[in-house]
Design a binder for this molecule. Sequence first.
Ligand code: AMP
Ligand code: ZN
Length: 492
Amino acid sequence: MQLKIYNSLTAEKEIFKPILEGNVGMYVCGPTVYSNVHLGNVRTFLSFDFIYRSLMHLGYKVRYVRNITDAGHLTDDGDVNNDRFVKQTRLEKLEPMEIVQKYTVDFHKVLDMFNFLPPNIEPTATGHIVEQIELTQKLVEKGFAYESNGSVYFDVLEYNRRGLQYGELSKRNIDELFANTRDLDGQGEKKNAPDFALWKKASPAHIMRWNSPWGEGFPGWHLECTAMSTKYLGEKFDIHGGGMDLKFPHHECEIAQGKACNDVAPVNYWMHANMLTMNSQRMSKSTGNYILPMQLVSGENDFFEKAFHPSIVRFCFLQAHYRSVLDISNDAMMASEKGFIRLMEALKVINNYKPEENVIQNKDSAFNLTEWKNKAYDALTDDFNSPVLIAHLFEAVKFIFALNDHKENISNEDLEDLKNILNALVFDVLGLKPVEENNNEKLDQTLQVLIELRNQARKSKNFDLSDQIRDKLLAEGIELKDGRDGTTYVLN
Ligand code: AMP
Ligand code: ZN
């Protein structure tokens, strides 16, 4: 079976050939931890969690690196993230690293809630300042970067002069870049507007700062990913992922830094996940068009009519291909909930199915397991096509219910095969988790049984037993109260 991956660099679906057979190095840009992640961020990370799970299921040994951007970086439209970061620290009166810790913990909680697998390495930008200074020095030495007023910039024109094609990922040409880029963060320090900062001089107000050969400052955002991916995956690795919006300038700059430093294109397959929209507009903190994951799961929001379990959110996201835009809506969530419940019911049926109870024995089945399996894996290996995979899972669901109604037939061997494949695809690859039974409901049912038994004991004047039931429950913190309308209980 051949895995095909859509490569944003070539704009084509390509047969995946890892650098080292059987092994995959994958780097995904992580969150900026100056505030809570919104549901849009979760979608991108979920797309790569599914891709990571799929690669492992297909037999690859994967080293998955996802960084934490933990302060001090600037973007090309000015020192935006740093500004926000400073505002946030003032607002909350916290130490910078306290903010970082708070939102890193929150990020991990969110990922846990949605059943994400942790990456193999989760490096932080502030933990790799030395590597970033070294990279900047190397770029200056090689003539790809220049110092200006305590900051260091990457020389895009020089890079192109050497025939290295800045703009190859985002398909922009240099003239267009010159026409459309304004020198917002350079304050006249840059030679040319498209140049980007590798190291930035810290103004007196700047909170996070480090010593460098160019004075006190902090690294440019694009550099951290080059530093960390090179350190943990090598100068050239297999897959680099992130949201579509990171293609330019972030990933374009990463390619330039990698090629300029190491004379080799850093990444073989660039993968970009598409955006989550709400009200048909991209989810984003800056426009206010966003929802936090907890608000969706708890039901505390004005947009959805009820709360949705994290597994249903996960299922809803996976019903769209990672390269398609997904518009989240109440209807979409309701439909996903219905589908999810049906899928879980079918899994329960097949996992408890006893073939000897099946009355039809020698009838040919309309369900061809081998064909079905091939179709499911064709979808998975066709650029991780989760919606088509899910559609095939529902063919199996239909068959399982027919089997349960004695309208279908399966051999013992096929039954085992079907069970194994379905469980692996649903739980390991899609990463879904069954919604736990409502424990409160079960407790209530159990207590009603005990109250009924106690009533019977009292009726037959077995006060010993009825008192025992009451006292033992009380010892467990459950108090029975006898009233005119019968017995109720209070949980203490
Ligand atoms: P940030 O913390 O802003 O760097 O974003 C973390 C990740 O979320 C990046 O890969 C972004 O591309 C991605 N992202 C941001 N907004 C959305 C959105 N509305 N839908 C999907 N992914 C998003
Ligand atoms: Zn990055």
